[in-house]
Design a protein around this ligand. Structure first.
Ligand SMILES: *Cc1c(COP(=O)(O)O)cnc(C)c1O
Length: 228
């Protein structure tokens, strides 16, 4: 087995045992492969080992890999910060966007989503770590933003995404993810998605209701920043 295939089976086991610990169906937790900085050949290996959903942070890098992997039926998720001038390409080339945190971006994605494609699946990124995090909508602004986004055509609001401040303290991890779950429940909208949990904290995220865990390092190894 390749290292990536081994990592995927280790992750499947982590997800299974985290779900079972809280009486959840492991199949209710999706594994989103976060492939930023990784070559298309690594994504192909992950595909061969059964993964279909891939998350990318940088548009140009993602478009390059999409072209290289055009022969595979992959589902592409955009998970990075979004500048206004990138919305058209995102609307045209992704099935999901996890990192919407303001209405202007959502409006542009809705206007620019090609009519022949299904609605773009949207998660609102919420900031539950206060001043320590730059991106994400504040919990105070979330209800109005969610209402406005759910009224837009060509988008389907699915739920929330969060990247809490990293910590090894399981109680702190639980508290952050529980805050996201509670915000989602309070919104009173028909939402089915909580995108939360990364390599180091997926167990706590699953305990608090994650439906996508976004995994990079534990799947592909350390990232290749700074290499040509
Ligand atoms: C890089 C990244 C991840 C993956 O993080 P790991 O700790 O490597 O698993 C998940 N979500 C987002 C938004 C990221 O940018």
């Amino acid at each position: 087995m390749s290292t990536i295939a081994e990592n995927i089976s280790t992750l499947a086991e982590r997800i299974r045992s985290a779900a079972q610990a809280v009486q959840r169906d492991p199949a209710s937790v999706g594994l989103l492969a976060v492939s930023k900085t990784k070559p298309a050949s690594d994504l192909r290996e992950a595909y061969d080992a059964g993964l279909r959903d891939f998350g990318e942070n940088y548009l140009q890098e993602a478009l390059g890999k999409q072209a290289e992997l055009i022969d595979l039926p992959l589902i592409w998720h955009f998970i990075g910060p979004i500048q206004s001038n990138k919305t058209r390409a995102i609307a045209e080339n992704f099935a999901w966007v996890h990192s919407v945190d303001r209405l202007k971006i959502a409006q542009r994605l809705s206007e620019q989503r090609p009519p022949e494609l299904p609605p773009l699946n949207i998660c609102i990124q919420v900031n539950v770590s206060g001043e320590t995090s730059k991106s994400g909508c504040s919990p105070e602004d979330l209800p109005a933003l969610a209402q406005a986004i759910s009224a837009l055509p060509n988008l389907k609001l699915r739920g929330l995404m969060a990247i809490p401040e990293p910590t090894d303290d399981r109680d702190e991890q639980n508290a952050s993810f529980a805050a996201v779950s509670t915000l989602q429940a309070q919104m009173g909208l028909p939402l089915d998605t909580l995108s939360m949990g990364m390599s180091h904290d997926l167990e706590a995220a699953i305990a608090q209701g994650a439906t996508w865990v976004r995994i990079g390092t534990a799947l592909f190894g350390a990232r290749n920043y700074g290499q040509p």
